[in-house]
Design a protein around this ligand. Structure first.
Ligand code: ATR
Length: 271
């Protein structure tokens, strides 16, 4: 019997996780099943329970359930606890462990795939929602000079600063009052692109920065166009992060670290 895995979300039809995990599994000659499960908005706990009962070995949790999954899993890693969100669960007999691999996924994409050194860099993050919360710990572990969190709703950014300042220098500002200072790296972690909404931003801040959108495909395009027009040195979408966070989940489940570059290439050609 192949081991059983799944990604749980709503919507879920466009998830690339099955293709990514099958490509990883093929590298090791592992046979597994990995399905997409569309979870009704009020049924996360039931679906999780059922999947485990039916012999499931692990799941990925995606939008909009990462925060909702958090209180459902008693046993969590330190990084999931700090993020307040879970994107990976390993089921082992009756025990289960909740983890969050988004932060390490982003960090590996930035530092290994794009060969950026974040030490002493000035980072600007746009958005202060669950996505930002998931990446802050990993980014701060790279010892940047500072992280500025700019959000439409200032108080949400201030709350994150209060929660993460023990790990490094963070500050908050309003999205339309970003300090007029250079940033080495600008990360779009808002959900504006995913929702097809406009992210109203001033032009000058992007000059000579590297820009990164956590989303990929058409959802990342408006921000990447803005980056290009504003004079960014380079700009990247979040496809590499998607594959890297999956690689870390694969490692948690199989204790094997897959090669990610060929899988990023494969997906890039497909999208
Ligand atoms: P996620 O889990 O994807 O981070 P979220 O928790 O709903 O989703 O957070 C979405 C983030 O994108 C928030 O920072 C939100 O700003 P607010 O806190 O002011 O709501 C930001 N966001 C969403 N749409 C936006 C838009 N059109 N312009 C600017 N910011 C936007």
């Amino acid at each position: 019997m192949p081991k059983k895995f799944a990604v749980l979300g709503n919507p879920i039809v466009h998830s690339q996780s099955p293709a990514i995990h099958q490509a990883f599994a093929a590298q090791f000659g592992i046979k597994l099943s990995y399905e997409r499960i569309l979870v009704p908005l009020d049924q996360l706990a039931e679906v999780l329970h059922q999947f485990q009962k039916n012999g499931g070995q692990g799941v990925n949790i995606t939008v909009p359930f990462k925060i909702e999954a958090f209180p459902l899993i008693a046993n969590k890693t330190a990084r999931a606890t700090k993020a307040g969100a879970i994107n990976t669960i390993a089921f082992n007999h009756n025990a289960c462990l909740g983890d969050n691999t988004d932060g390490i996924g982003l960090l590996r994409d930035l530092t290994q795939n794009h060969e950026l050194d974040l030490t002493d860099q000035r980072i600007l993050i746009l958005g202060a929602g669950g996505a930002t919360k998931g990446i802050l710990q990993a980014l701060l572990s790279a010892k940047p000079a500072s992280i500025t969190i700019a959000n439409r709703t200032l108080i949400t950014a201030e709350k994150l600063v209060a929660d993460f300042s023990d790990l490094g220098h963070c500050s908050a500002c309003n999205l339309n009052q970003i300090p007029d200072q250079p940033f080495d790296l600008i990360i779009n972690a808002t959900s504006a692109g995913v929702k097809g909404e406009l992210l109203a931003l001033a032009e000058p801040i992007v000059n000579n920065s590297i820009c990164y959108d956590l989303a990929y495909g058409s959802a990342a395009q408006p921000f990447l166009n803005w980056a290009k027009q504003g004079g960014a040195i380079n700009y990247y979408d979040g496809l590499g992060m998607l594959v890297e966070q999956a690689a870390e989940a694969f490692y948690i489940w199989h204790q094997l670290m897959p090669a990610t570059k060929p899988v990023i290439k494969l997906l890039r050609a497909k999208l």
